[in-house]
Unconditional design. Structure first.
Length: 114
C-alpha cells in the first residue's frame, strides 16, 4: 500500500505522460481539505481542465460543478452546460441529471442539450 505522498508523486509523473485520470485525481487532492496538499481551488481547476482536455468525463463533470457553484458575475452558464454535456456524453449520469434540471429551470421542458 502506498502512502498519500507516494500516490501524489506518482500522479505527477503520470500527468507528464498525459494521463487524464492522474490529472483529475491530483486536482481532487488539491480540492480536498483532508489531503496532505495545501488546498488550492485554482490549481484543482487547472488540473481538471487539463484532464477534461485529455478526455476525462469525470473531469468535465467536476469543471461543470465548479462553474455552477460560482457566485455572481463569475458564474458562466454556457461553460456549465458545455462541461455537463461533455460529461453526460462520456457516461456521467449525474451530469445528465443536472442538464435535465437546468433545462427545466430554463423552461425548456421539451428539449435537451443531448
Amino acid at each position: 500500500m502506498f502512502d498519500e505522498d507516494e500516490v501524489i508523486a506518482r500522479c505527477k509523473e503520470r500527468i507528464k505522460a498525459g494521463d487524464a485520470n492522474a490529472a483529475m485525481m491530483l486536482g481532487c487532492q488539491y480540492n480536498n481539505p483532508n489531503s496532505s496538499l495545501r488546498q488550492d481551488s485554482r490549481k484543482a481547476m487547472d488540473l481538471w481542465l487539463k484532464a477534461a482536455a485529455l478526455g476525462s468525463a469525470q473531469a468535465h463533470y467536476l469543471v461543470g460543478n465548479t462553474y455552477m457553484n460560482e457566485k455572481g458575475i463569475n458564474r458562466n452558464m454556457d461553460k456549465v452546460v458545455t462541461h455537463y454535456r461533455l460529461a453526460a456524453i462520456g457516461g456521467r449520469e449525474k451530469a445528465r441529471h443536472n442538464l435535465g434540471c437546468l433545462e427545466y429551470g430554463f423552461g425548456n421542458v421539451d428539449s435537451t442539450y443531448l
